[in-house]
Ligand binder design. Sequence first.
Ligand SMILES: *Cc1c(COP(=O)(O)O)cnc(C)c1O
Length: 227
Amino acid sequence: MKSLHEQLQQVRQQIAAAERQFGREAGSVKLLAVSKTRNHADILSLAQLGQLDFGENYVQETLGKIRQLTGQPLTWHFIGPVQSNKTRQIASHFHWIHSVDRIKIANRLNAARPSGLPPLNICIQVNVDAEPGKAGVAMDEAGQLARQVLPLSRLRLRGLMALPALSNDFTTQRLAFAKLRDLYDRLISAGYPLDTLSMGTTNDMPAAIAEGATLVRIGTALFGPRT
Ligand SMILES: *Cc1c(COP(=O)(O)O)cnc(C)c1O
């Protein structure tokens, strides 16, 4: 097993290579380290190498890590499914949430965001492949949700997120990401001030970068397989 340092170097190089290959500006794709199930010592190791953005799926698990890492200049992103009874903790302890898919959750986050903090950064999660039972708003309802979220003053709408159906075929991966990018471009044309297209994981990162991802969410390639 390679060291975390080596894995981080490798992922950074893969991002840079995909930027070059697909005509993206160098440095235009941000790495979000998905640290669910990993301990605070591993997060600290990456932080000391300059990796400061971390993604988590479970609120309770994250609160412990945030406490243990107090004083580190980290940015915490919530990327998992949101339960209504967790919105207060998410609004109080995270800087970003990528998985807003209904107005009820947005309203609760808006009401709970502490006034001493800047607005909570939001991405709307879209179910791009219309998978039954999958988190995310339907493609044709995303515009309406964006319109409802935009005026909420304690939230700042930043962009869109998707976790497409698993595929190992590059062309299939690109087609799914292209759908999200089209929607993103349409919202920007309609005047929404978006700057974040959150798409791509260990399995499909180059395809996501080819289609315009501005942020990739990488766990396994950084930390090894989850147990
Ligand atoms: C776990 C997770 C990831 C990271 O997936 P890897 O395959 O480990 O890179 C990215 N996005 C979301 C929403 C996740 O839940």
